[in-house]
Structure formats: C-alpha cells, structure tokens
Design a protein around this ligand. Structure first.
Ligand code: NAD
Length: 286
C-alpha cells in the first residue's frame, strides 16, 4: 500500500478544463506530472493555458519568474495512453459512466498493483464506476473544483470497496496540493454538485419561461453576492459537461423532477456552443 510519501508522480487522464487545471495544481506543488489526452489540440490548449496562468501568477507575485520553467518542466504531455504509469492517477475524461469504466480498466491494467486511481467525476457514484475493476480497493473519488489551480475545495469520496488507507492518502495528497479536502459520502453529486445543481437548473427554467434573459439573471445574481452568475459559470464549466452532470443526477435520482435537464441547454449542446472553450455559449468569447 502506498503512503503519501510514496506519491511522487501523478498521472492525469484527460487534459480538458479539469485535467489541465489539476496538472498545474500538482506541478505547482512539486509533483512530477504526466498529462494524457487523446486529442493533440486539447494538449496544445493546455500548454497555452499553463503559459498564461503562470505568467499571470508571476505578475501577481504568487510565484517567482524562475519557477515558471521549473513548473512547466515537471509536466510531460502526450496522446499515448500507454504513457500513463504513475503512483497516483486522476481520471478527468467525460462525465460518462460506460466510458469511464472502460478506460479505467485499461489504465489499471498498465499500472502497478499499488497505484491509486482516482476519478474527478462530478456526480457518478464511485462504487458504480469501480464495477469491473480488478482492484476496486485502490479506487477513490477526488473531486476538484473549477478552476482547479485556484479553488481550494476537494471532495474525497470513498466507494463501498475503497480501502480506508487509499482515502487517507488521497486526503493527504489534496493537503499537499494546498487544497482543503472534505470527505463526502458516495451519493450522486456528492455534496456540492447536488446542492449547486439548482443554481443552474432553476436559472435555466427562469430563462425558458422568459422571466428574464441570461445576462439579466447573471447581473442580478452577481449583484446579490455570487461571484459569477449561472450562465457565465456554465460557459466556464463547459455547457456540455454541465448538461451531462445534470442528466447524470436526474437519472441517479430516478428521474426526480427537481433535477430535470433543460432543453435550452440541450440546444446549446446540439449546436456545439459549449461556452468559453468553443468561443460561444451563452456569451461569445475572443
Ligand atoms: P472536458 O470535456 O473539458 O475534458 C475531457 C477531456 O477528456 C477531453 O479533452 C477529451 O479529449 C478527453 N478524453 C476523452 N476520452 C478520453 C480517453 N479515452 N483518453 C484520454 N482522454 C480522453 O471535460 P472536463 O470539464 O475537464 O470534465 C472532466 C471530468 O471532470 C468530468 O467527469 C466532469 O464531470 C468533471 N468535473 C468538471 C468540472 C468543470 O467545471 N468542468 C468540475 C469538476 C469536475
């Protein structure tokens, strides 16, 4: 069984919104990182993001100029999933149970028996994802929040089969990444996504019913104290990811009406208007 001091090398599968941010959070705290995505263009975008984020961190005096090449030098990137051999692996691919199960089985097969594998899933119970793994005791939930290098909260989720020591190492690892971990029960949406879902779902209903347009809803929520309104936040998260998360919660709670996904959101997904990452969502971006 690995201890926290055995964790030196972190592998990350999926270099999208979350995977790229988790890679940076790990590398900024001294970890060696391997970041893999099947799409080269996503890796190129991740590299540009590292450059921009660290540049801003220097301007804000959060890091010294000489730290930037050191941090970037700790991150190896590639499209070959066979590269992903590490002490601790975080899966951050699409929010889809079948895909996660399939991909995690092959990641498990190419790693040592004591490698810990975590999923960054927003909503899918860890016990469900673990079905079919050879070593479900080594599998845990480690749910970061967006943007991962900045947001402090990490939910650590033990599935039915997760070994207590694995959850402990995951908790300690979040601490070493200067995060604030909390233990969450293995229920759909864990804590934050279950509570926060209504922020999005109800705002989309308000939009659907023409009570107010998206910009007005955002302005009002922001002036009432929220840092970002729901539509600006959906654009940041990825509208398609946010939609998948809502669908997952809706189905996990046996089609509970209060989580019903929105047709307005479905249309954005159909059109490929995913938000910030595609240049167009509820708003448009350069
Ligand atoms: P994303 O779409 O931005 O990135 C997912 C990446 O996975 C894509 O780049 C895709 O090419 C890659 N991918 C797909 N299949 C792959 C495979 N077989 N091997 C390697 N890479 C593969 O999604 P995201 O927003 O980063 O979300 C990833 C996970 O994190 C999801 O489970 C999501 O629910 C969760 N999450 C998202 C947020 C958020 O705000 N976006 C926050 C917390 C958790």
């Amino acid at each position: 069984m690995k201890t926290i001091d055995d964790i030196q090398h972190i592998g990350i599968l999926g270099a999208g919104v979350m995977g790229s941010g988790i890679a940076l959070a790990a590398a900024m705290n001294g970890y060696q990182v391997t970041l893999v995505d099947i799409k080269q263009e996503v890796l190129d975008k991740a590299a540009a993001y590292f450059d921009k984020f660290l540049g801003k961190s220097i301007e804000r005096k959060k890091i010294a100029p000489e730290d930037k090449p050191k941090i970037i030098g700790r991150i190896q990137i590639g499209t070959d999933v066979a590269l992903l051999k590490a002490d601790f692996i975080v899966e951050a691919i699409l929010e889809n149970l079948d895909l996660k199960r399939k991909v995690l089985r092959s990641i498990e097969a190419q790693n040592e028996a004591d490698t810990i594998i975590a999923s960054n899933t927003s909503t899918i119970p860890i016990t469900q994802i673990a079905v079919g793994l050879e070593r479900p005791a080594q599998f845990v939930g480690m749910h970061f929040f967006n943007p991962a290098p900045i947001m402090k909260l990490v939910e650590v989720i033990s599935g039915e089969m997760t070994a207590p020591e694995v959850a402990e190492v995951t908790f300690a690892l979040a601490g070493r990444m200067r995060k604030k971990p909390v233990q969450a029960k293995d229920e759909p949406g864990f804590i934050v996504n279950r509570v926060a879902r209504h922020f999005y779902v109800e705002s989309l209903k308000v939009l659907e019913e023409n009570v107010a347009d998206h910009a007005a809803i955002d302005r009002l929520m922001e002036s009432s104290g929220f840092r970002m309104g729901p539509f600006r936040l959906m654009d940041l998260i990825g509208i398609e990811t946010n939609h998948e998360v809502t669908k997952s919660l809706y189905n996990s709670f046996f089609q509970d009406e209060k989580f019903r996904p929105s047709r307005v959101q479905q249309k954005k997904v159909d059109a490929g208007h995913y938000g910030w990452k595609t240049g167009r969502g509820f708003y448009t971006y350069e």
